[in-house]
Design a protein around this ligand. Structure first.
Ligand code: NAD
Ligand SMILES: O=C[C@H](O)CS(=O)(=O)O
Length: 492
C-alpha cells in the first residue's frame, strides 16, 4: 500500500469527505482548524473546524429552533426520513468504511461491519418511533380520567468516542430523532470525518435544517464545547459515551440544569471459563471479545479467569489463535488488527504488561510494540489480582489469564471492580448458567459467546459503567418525558 497518498483520496463519492462542521443546515468552515491523522501512518488526512463556545451556542439555538417542526411531524414522517438516511448509509457503506478505517485504523472489513451495525440503530429506532405509546389508567374517581402521554424531551447533546466513530453516534442520534428531538453532536477529535459523512447523508435524506448538528473541536476545545452543552438550559438531555473519568465531569457540569443523562462509560469485563466449558468455543469467544478493534472496545474481555482443570489447555489454544492475528495497516488485505489510536494507547498496554511481569506474570505470546502505532496480540499467564491489568481497563490487545478453583471464587473475582458493563462465561451446566448469570454484577452477560452487541438489546452497565440503556425498546425512553393528564368534570 502506498503510504504517501491519502487512503480517502479515491472515494466513490468524494462529496462524503466533509471538512466543515454542520450547524443549522449550513456547512461551517470555522476560523481555526485541527488536523485529522491516519493512526496507522501518521499521515494527515484532512483539517476540520476547531469550534468552541460561540458555535456550540449557535448549534443549540439552531436545534431549539428546529425542534417544534420536527416534533410536530408524525412518527411515520420521522420514520420516513430516518429510513431514507438508513438506506443512504448502507448504499455508501464502502466509502464510509474507508473514511472510518483512515481515521480510526480498524481493518476495512471491521469498519464496514461497524457501518452496518451503526445503520441498524437508525433502522431499529425508525421503527420504534411508531411505537411510542401512551396509556390510559383505570380511574379511581368516576369524575376523572387518567391519560399518560410520552413527549420528546427536547434538544439533545451527544458526545462520542473515537473507537466506534459511526455506531456510537447513531446509537444516540437514532432514538433522539425517533422520539422527536433535535441533536447537537460533538464527535471525538480523532474521528470527526465519519460524523461529518453521516451528517452529509442525513442532509441528503431530507433531515430538516437544525435537527442534526455536528460541532467539531480538538481535545482542548472539546472541554469548552462540553461545558456549553452542559450549561445550556435549552439542552434537556446529554448522552455521553467515553471514559468514566469524563463521564463524572459531564455529570457534575449537568447538575445545575438537572438534565436527563445517558452515560455509557468504561468497562473491565471478566471472561470466565469453567472446567465443563466447550474449550474451542471459549477460545473463539475470547478471540472476538478480546482482540476486536485491537482490544479497543468497552466490552472487550479485560481479564480471563480459567478453572484449574482447563487452564493450560485454554492458554495453549488461545495462544495459538493469537499468534495467527495479522497486525498492520487496516487497508491491507488479510490484516486482522490495525493500529492503536495513538502512542498513549500503546504505552498503556506496555505499562500493564510491565506491571504484571514485575508481579510474577509471564508472557506466553506477544508483549511488544511494533513501532509507535501497533501492538502485538498478547497473552499473559500466571496473572494475579494485584496486577493493574485486572483492575484497570487496558483498552488494548492484552489477554491476562488467571487460574481459579471454585465457582464462588470466580464470581467474587469477577465482581471485584467498580465497573459493571460486560462480562462473559463459558459452561455447559444449565444450573451454573443461572447461578453465575444472576450473580454477576454487570449490565450485559455473554454466556457461551463473546459477541453480544446488537441494536435490539439494552446495552449498558451497572455501577460506574454508566446510566441508562442504548438500543432495544428501552433505548428511546431516555429521550421521552412522561406526561400525566388528569381530566376532571367527566360527569358534567
Ligand atoms: N460504554 C460504552 O458504550 C463505551 C463505548 C466506547 C468507549 N467507551 C469508553 O471510552 C473510553 C475510551 O474512549 P475515549 O478515549 O474517546 O474516551 P474519552 O472520555 O477520553 O473521550 C470521549 C469523548 O469525550 C470528549 N471529552 C473528553 N474530555 C471532555 C471534557 N472534559 N468535556 C467534554 N468532552 C470531553 C472527547 O473529545 C470525546 O469526544 C474507554 O474508557 C471506553 O471504555 C465506553
Ligand atoms: O466500545 C464500544 C461499543 O459499544 C462496542 S460494541 O460494538 O457496541 O460492542
Amino acid at each position: 500500500m502506498d503510504m504517501k497518498t491519502s487512503p480517502i483520496a479515491t472515494l466513490n463519492d468524494a462529496g462524503l469527505l466533509k471538512t466543515q462542521a454542520l450547524i443549522g443546515g449550513e456547512w461551517i468552515a470555522g476560523a481555526a482548524h485541527f488536523d485529522v491523522n491516519d493512526p496507522a501512518t501518521g499521515l494527515k488526512l484532512a483539517e476540520v473546524p476547531n469550534l468552541g463556545t460561540p458555535e456550540t451556542l449557535d448549534a443549540i439555538a439552531a436545534a431549539d429552533k428546529a425542534w417544534p417542526a420536527w416534533r410536530a411531524k408524525t412518527a411515520k414522517e420521522r420514520h420516513a426520513v430516518m429510513m431514507k438516511w438508513f438506506s443512504l448509509i448502507v448504499a455508501n457503506a464502502d466509502d464510509l468504511a474507508r473514511i472510518l478505517t483512515a481515521e480510526q485504523g480498524k481493518p476495512l472489513a471491521e469498519a464496514r461491519g461497524e457501518v452496518v451495525y451503526g445503520a441498524s440503530f437508525i433502522e431499529w429506532f425508525a421503527e420504534e418511533a411508531k411505537r411510542v405509546y401512551g396509556e390510559t389508567i383505570p380511574t379511581t374517581d368516576n369524575g376523572k380520567r387518567y391519560i399518560i402521554l410520552k413527549q420528546p424531551v427536547g434538544v439533545c447533546a451527544a458526545i462520542t468516542p473515537w473507537n466506534f466513530p459511526i455506531a456510537m453516534i447513531t446509537r444516540k442520534v437514532a432514538p433522539a430523532l425517533a422520539a422527536g428531538c433535535p441533536v447537537v453532536i460533538k464527535p471525538a477529535e480523532q474521528t470527526p470525518l465519519s460524523a461529518l459523512a453521516l451528517a452529509e447523508l442525513a442532509q441528503r435524506a431530507g433531515m430538516p435544517a437544525g435537527v442534526l448538528n455536528v460541532v467539531t473541536a480538538d481535545g482542548a476545545n472539546s472541554v469548552l464545547v462540553g461545558k456549553a452543552l452542559c450549561e445550556s438550559d435549552a439542552v434537556r438531555h446529554l448522552s455521553f459515551t467515553g471514559s468514566t473519568e469524563v463521564g463524572r465531569i459531564l455529570m457534575r457540569q449537568c447538575a445545575p440544569t438537572i438534565k436527563k443523562l445517558s452515560l455509557e462509560l468504561g468497562g473491565n469485563a471478566p471472561f470466565i471459563v469453567f472446567d465443563d466449558a466447550d474449550i474451542d468455543s471459549a477460545v473463539e469467544g475470547a478471540m472476538i471479545s478480546k482482540y476486536r478493534n485491537a482490544g479497543q472496545t468497552c466490552v472487550c474481555a479485560n481479564r480471563f479467569y480459567v478453572q484449574e482443570g482447563v487452564y493450560e489447555t485454554f492458554i495453549a489454544r488461545l495462544t495459538e489463535k493469537a499468534r495467527g492475528i495479522k497486525v498492520g495497516n487496516g487497508f491491507e488485505p488479510g490484516i486482522n488488527q490495525g493500529p492503536m489510536i495513538d502512542g498513549n494507547a500503546v504505552a498503556k498496554v506496555e505499562a500493564h504488561i510491565s506491571d504484571a511481569l514485575a508481579k510474577g506474570a509471564r508472557v506466553v505470546v506477544g508483549g511488544a510494540r511494533i513501532d509507535d502505532r501497533f501492538f502485538t496480540p498478547t497473552v499473559l499467564a500466571d496473572v494475579s489480582s494485584e496486577m493493574l491489568c485486572t483492575k484497570e481497563e487496558t483498552f488494548g490487545p492484552l489477554a491476562p489469564v488467571m487460574k481459579f478453583r471454585t465457582e464462588a471464587e470466580a464470581v467474587a473475582l469477577a465482581n471485584a471492580t467498580e465497573f459493571g458493563l460486560a462480562s462473559y462465561f463459558y459452561t455447559r451446566d444449565v444450573g451454573r448458567i443461572f447461578r453465575v448469570g444472576e450473580a454477576l454484577e454487570y449490565g450485559m452477560v455473554g454466556i457461551n459467546t463473546g459477541l453480544i452487541s446488537t441494536a435490539e438489546v439494552p446495552f449498558g452497565g451497572f455501577k460506574q459503567s454508566g446510566l441508562g440503556r442504548e438500543g432495544s425498546h428501552q433505548g428511546i425512553e431516555d429521550y421521552l418525558e412522561v406526561k400525566y393528564l388528569c381530566l376532571g368534570d367527566i360527569g358534567k
